[in-house]
Design a protein around this ligand. Sequence first.
Ligand code: KG4
Ligand code: ZN
Length: 354
Amino acid sequence: MERSTNWRWERPVLGIESSCDETAAAVVVDGRICSNIRYSQTEHSLYGGVVPELASRDHVRKIVPVVSRALKDAGVGLGDLGGISVTQGPGLVGCLLVGISYAKGLAAGASLPLLGVHHIEGHLLAGVLSNPSLEPPLVALVASGGHTDLILVSDWGAYEMLGRTRDDAAGESFDKVAKMLELLEEGQTVMGGPAVSRAAVGGNPAAFDFPRGLMNVDGFDFSFSGLKTSVLYTLRDRSPEQNAESLSDIAASFEAAVVEVLAEKSLAAAEAAGTGTLLVTGGVAANGRLRQTLTSSALARGVEVVFPTSELCTDNAAMIAAVGGFRLGRGERSGMNLNANPRMELPGIRGMKR
Ligand code: KG4
Ligand code: ZN
């Protein structure tokens, strides 16, 4: 594949993201973010996790105002756009379909090029939105609510899977532990990571010796389900009073276990691949402890570690517009038969498939 050091496109691209519980739209021109609007759903807090049917309905309510606002904030009309990109997958099918249907309608109405894009490629390109000089080859850790992938990026668009979680995603384990610790608040999002981090403040990260899944096993796969179960058993085996007393210690010890594995495996992958650069992206990359740990240990190991800004780590549409700019600029287009692909594979991926 020809090398694509220039992932940017000088035409404005409207990106639309609706794969889970955020309705988001953004305009990106030539790698510059002109607007980035995100509405985060909160009704799921009553149920402790995203309810797909409710999520789809909320996207239907929010997609029109969110897109209008993104265009208005960017100071562009549909006629100024070079194209529209929309998340095609992976994600919840009913949620994806809302964004896709709306994007199709806009593209057809304004005779604009349309492209369905991969959500995880969005997380990868969030790296260059924050750090325009970032250039492959690099190793990327994508840690989100649905994925924990270590990917060798030999070029934008040319990827190799080095390792991935065998069970829960890192973000999913934060979400489940937040629920166990009863940290999710009514009327808030069900994103457990920030709640666990807040609870961990002042806690002793060495108070509980939670398991580090696959830490001493060769290869770059992850496993977080044993850690989650260990937290569950710890809570079950102690009294409610003891648990309340050690809340910050449990949260800090859990967070330390996740961070240690993510940091160690991704640094080892960057060293093994010899790329010298590690991009850490996806919602979990917003975690303060992970950022600190990686920043301090990477230097000594000769690896440069790069994070998107926290805002661009969690789901957003600027990253979807960035992928749109990259691929629309190369002439790629989707037809009006574009359909949601809940289990979509990253385009250009080589390596293991499960
Ligand atoms: O990338 P993202 O916004 O959505 C998905 O594609 O899944 O990631 C959301 C995940 C959630 O599991 C959330 O708990 C986690 O990222 N997350 C965090 C933090 N902020 C978000 N995990 C740990 N620490 C954080 N500060
Ligand atoms: Zn995501």
